[in-house]
Design a protein around this ligand. Sequence first.
Ligand SMILES: Nc1ncnc2c1ncn2[C@@H]1O[C@H](COP(=O)(O)OP(=O)(O)OP(=O)(O)O)[C@@H](O)[C@H]1O
Ligand SMILES: NC(=O)c1ccc[n+]([C@@H]2O[C@H](COP(=O)(O)O)[C@@H](O)[C@H]2O)c1
Length: 284
Amino acid sequence: MYCDSTNYWFETKRRTDNTGKPMQSSIAGKSFSTIYKSFCDQKLTFQIIHGIDKLTNPKLLLVLDSSFNPPHSAHQNLIDRAVRHYKNQTLHVLLLLSVNNADKSPKPATFSKRMEMMCIMANILQTKNIPTSVAITTCAKFVDKDKIIRQNFSSHGLISYLVGFDTIVRILDPKYYFPQSLSEALKQFMSSTNFFCLTRDSGPELHEQTRYCTDISQGLYEPTIPREWGNKIQLELNDEKYGTVCSSNIRKAVLDNSVSEDLQDQLPPPLLAYVMKQGKTLFV
Ligand SMILES: Nc1ncnc2c1ncn2[C@@H]1O[C@H](COP(=O)(O)OP(=O)(O)OP(=O)(O)O)[C@@H](O)[C@H]1O
Ligand SMILES: NC(=O)c1ccc[n+]([C@@H]2O[C@H](COP(=O)(O)O)[C@@H](O)[C@H]2O)c1
């Protein structure tokens, strides 16, 4: 794998994300709340806050867009599975937080903590030799995120979005694009994009989830979803231990006074340490 380490804005070795000490931010030692405030004050729409500022060679960009509230083991597994799927390709991972959500109202107080947790996850991936950057954006829909990523970070090369089944279904839901039709709204986006998707235990039966792409390819969703989009999505069965993990359950467990052992299968160790140290204040 390729990592353009000369472009790094920070020195990874100095970071102490798993010792319980507060992390420094990635931009010239600024705090995450200062970075977030300045992002808002400047009315920016996209900013890399950790990692490289540009992909210099055309390469595969794997984007995990999430609320990261908090990042968890199933997110990490989604990345690990995608990296295995795209093996032998030069790739870079982008962890992307949207400060506007297509469905949920924002909770600004926690954005700086989420940014800090994303950087902890980036460092976990870095130690596994998976080059990773972290960014924030105001774009809520994937079609808009894609435009802004290409303008600011990666104009060439393939982008693959790493998603769970609930998200691919929402990306292909016409209600987000009205009055445009879905095929019109996503025409350009789908021509240059791939998805790597894992099933989730919530939602339809697993066998119904796994046949979604074949159904699209066979024209079952036409005229709404063009059949040629079926082969843009690589949809795989999730690992049994990760299918049920979700941020909402972790937030609930923390607010219900759960102890570290209750969450150790749901959070990678450095994030478990962070979440336990912060406790309930992280989610109120
Ligand atoms: N257990 C999981 N298996 C597969 N994909 C997942 C899993 N958890 C989250 N994802 C995917 O990761 C992406 C980001 O997830 P998101 O931030 O919505 O996490 P979440 O755990 O579902 O959060 P919340 O519980 O707060 O809704 C989405 O595409 C989502 O489908
Ligand atoms: N049509 C779309 O592009 C679409 C639909 C629903 C959610 N999203 C985005 O997916 C991300 C994850 O959303 P949830 O936290 O609701 O799972 C968010 O950035 C949200 O804005 C995009």
